[in-house]
Design a protein around this ligand. Sequence first.
Ligand code: 4AD
Ligand code: MG
Length: 514
Amino acid sequence: MSTPDFTSPSTVIQDLKGQIGKAVILRGWVANKREGKGIVFIILRDGTGFCQCVVTADSSSEMDLAAAQSVSLETSVVLKGLVLADEKQVGGVELQVTSVEVVGVSENYPIAKKEHGIEFLMDQRHLWLRSTRQWAIMRIRNTIIFAIHEYFQGQGFVQMDAPIFTGNACEGTSTLFETDFYGEPAFLSQSGQLYGEAMAMAMGRIYTFGPTFRAEKSKTRRHLSEFWMIEPEMAFYDIFQNMDCIEGFLQHVVGKVLEKCEHELETIGRDVSVLKSSLGTFPRMTYDQAVRIIKGEEDVNGVNSIKSLEEELLRCEQQLAAIDAEIAEREAKVATPGMKKGEINFHQTKITQLKQEKSDVEEDLRNIPQWIGSAKNFQYGDDFGGSDETVLTRLFDRPVMVYDWPHEVKAFYLKRNPEDARFARGVDVLAPEGYGEIVGGGERETDVDLLTSKIEEHQLPMEAFEWYLDLRRYGSVPHAGFGLGLERLVTWVCKLKHVRESIPFPRMYGRLKP
Ligand code: 4AD
Ligand code: MG
């Protein structure tokens, strides 16, 4: 092995398209390798993309070919070569390699190409992040983060950092992580909102972007114990201006993902039609109307929630029967004597795909009856559960905003609807395709007496909120804001099954490592 050349400037894979015909140096890891007689195909990844690199006896020395033959999965290498146009390849180029230098060997890489269980992959998260799909998700997450700052900075909002150690519960006391702060009890912040409100009175319009913590002992596909929240807060905004802000913001972010992450979205197989329709106006409805829709008392564009679920249940049953029949047929073919190896492989790959489809359909078959049940039995006045949100959002091709909630189910700080005090001016944004809540927000109570009585009603310690009440004592103004859960947004944009793949190192009930 010769000494790797780290001195000359290297090219990154994402820029190769502009380098056709030129000699370049690529530095990265072996994501995949295929070998033939006197030829090695390396799929190199360097973080910016993937590129097929071809090493042959013609274009490189015997030593380089031997080095290429020796590399195993995830070995790090420096490859020099010529960039050739090749429309068949991802990115439209490939590298004709002239020299191969191994930087770090990788023996028995634990993540093979075969299917692994999710717990194994979660244990290997530090390595799993290198895989194509995780790479694409993390790049989309990055684009979303950048677009969030871009939007608010562009609108003149001031970014602020709220403290993580806090003395107050913002979202109720049941989900607090308690810690020791020099002998005094402190909590990890559930939300930066209260501090955001103080800052909005100093700056006008602000947003926080930081980690927040919820101690929920629930293993659902949408709950993390540590998640990142974006919380804008705007002085002199009412709930309707708040909804305008949410809509413009989400449209901007989704638009940027569509613009910048075409390749990543394709890599993860995301059907982008719903993302595209999400660039249009979001339906707004009151809690009352949403309840009627969930219970099947009001249709959406001629579609009834309960009836459409019942029809879907039937479709799933038929689909399951069809999948079973196809699996049986292909298994019979595989077992036929004299079948060629290539054909057997072909059928077996199809069988594996069909089994995955089958388990998805089976999951729907388990879920749909539950959704129907909870939709039919929904009690007016209750908060929405996961299945209620699913029933509602499956009827739309873009996020929906539900506002004016029964005040009993919402946080203490929300303002009452001045025309109907049964309702608090909260707004939830529910993502389509069954995803549900991604944003919670609303207009804030401005009256110090009403707020004091709410704090008492919620049995929160008054002395911890004295500073917050000051915001109403000294120049109180109407104001509103919201909180977007970053991971919930990434999960929906990427259409992931579980929020755990939307963050590099998830922290959730039962998972603290790696
Ligand atoms: O609806 P939540 O609890 O609202 C607040 O915290 C307000 N203080 C926000 C505000 O008005 N400034 O949480 C806001 C969002 C949810 O809509 C959801 O997207 C996300 O935070 N979220 C979670 N994400 C992942 N795991 C959890 N356990 C989450 N809990 C809330
Ligand atoms: Mg909420």
